[in-house]
Write a protein that binds this ligand. Structure first.
Ligand code: NAP
Length: 251
């Protein structure tokens, strides 16, 4: 039986690249996302690797949808070896006095509460088998702050903190927990942050060789294929032109 990986937010960016990376290596894949058409496209793409694919169309912010969908999966799919809590987003870039509370809700509900709902549904399946691996996609924005980053940074600081506590809580169940904290990567991230403004999104990566989604997928695959007794706790990954959340060098 092939190993099983579940990747939330697999319709784009890191999630799609992670799903492809593991499919290339014979994992059966559970992909999730809200955009049904995109999910169908990724499902077809993955099927080309001759692995089994289960596509689950739900919003991680909807607690009951998360619980019902995951508990309703066929039993053979419940033997999840790896969970990648990837679904997430930044919305807006305003100073705190001008921020839109709807944007704040979207970030906290997705990046923090969504990650919790999915983990709460999947972790017991791992505990029952006394094995598993959970990756949380944080950000270097969770380790430092930048102007206009306020709520996004806070949501990723929560992921940093939750990763550490999960590792302690799941310790006796032989479950590895790793935080991946990327710096700037060129995905749909900035397009979402700037609400579809392509010019503004594109300017984020000008004069700059950003990380690719595949770079992050490769790092996760590396961690996941280390011997079982090794747990990488936390990895910050930046482009060479980026030193931290504030300092970067553009040509
Ligand atoms: N790109 C960067 O520079 C960067 C840096 C550090 C950390 N990150 C983090 O990396 C993760 C992936 O981001 P990305 O760069 O790959 O962005 P992306 O290309 O915009 O992909 C985000 C994915 O998350 C899914 N998603 C968003 N909200 C969701 C929800 N409520 N329910 C279910 N799925 C949802 C999206 O799918 P649907 O829209 O179809 O639901 C999409 O598949 C995020 O947690 C982000 O915060 C990104």
């Amino acid at each position: 039986m092939n190993k099983i990986i579940m990747v939330t937010g697999a319709t784009a960016g890191f999630g799609r690249a992670i799903a492809i990376r593991f499919a290339q290596n014979g994992y059966n894949i559970i992909i999730t996302g809200r955009r049904k058409e995109r999910l169908d496209e990724v499902e077809k793409e993955l099927a080309g690797f001759k692995v089994e694919v289960l596509a689950l169309n739900f919003d991680v912010r909807n607690r009951y949808e998360v619980e019902d969908t995951i508990s309703g999966m066929p039993d053979e799919w419940k033997k999840i070896d790896i969970l990648v809590n990837n679904a997430g987003l930044a919305v807006g870039f305003e100073h705190i006095d001008k921020g839109n509370p709807d944007d704040w809700d979207r970030m906290v509900d997705t990046n923090v509460k969504g990650l919790l709902y999915v983990t709460r549904a999947v972790a017991p399946l791992m505990v029952a088998r006394d094995k598993g691996y959970i990756f949380n996609i944080g950000s270097i924005a969770g380790k430092g702050v930048y102007e206009g980053g306020n709520v996004y940074c806070a949501s990723k600081a929560a992921v940093d903190s939750l990763t550490k506590s999960m590792r302690i809580d799941l310790l006796k169940h032989n479950i590895r927990v790793t935080q991946i904290a990327p710096g700037m990567a060129e995905t749909e991230f900035s397009l979402v942050r700037f609400k579809g403004d392509k010019e503004r999104a594109g300017s984020v990566y000008k004069g700059f060789k950003a990380l690719s989604a595949e770079d992050i997928a490769n790092v996760i695959y590396f961690c996941a294929t280390l011997p079982d007794h090794i747990c990488i706790n936390d990895l910050s990954i930046t482009p060479t032109q980026q030193a931290d959340v504030i300092f970067n060098y553009r040509k």
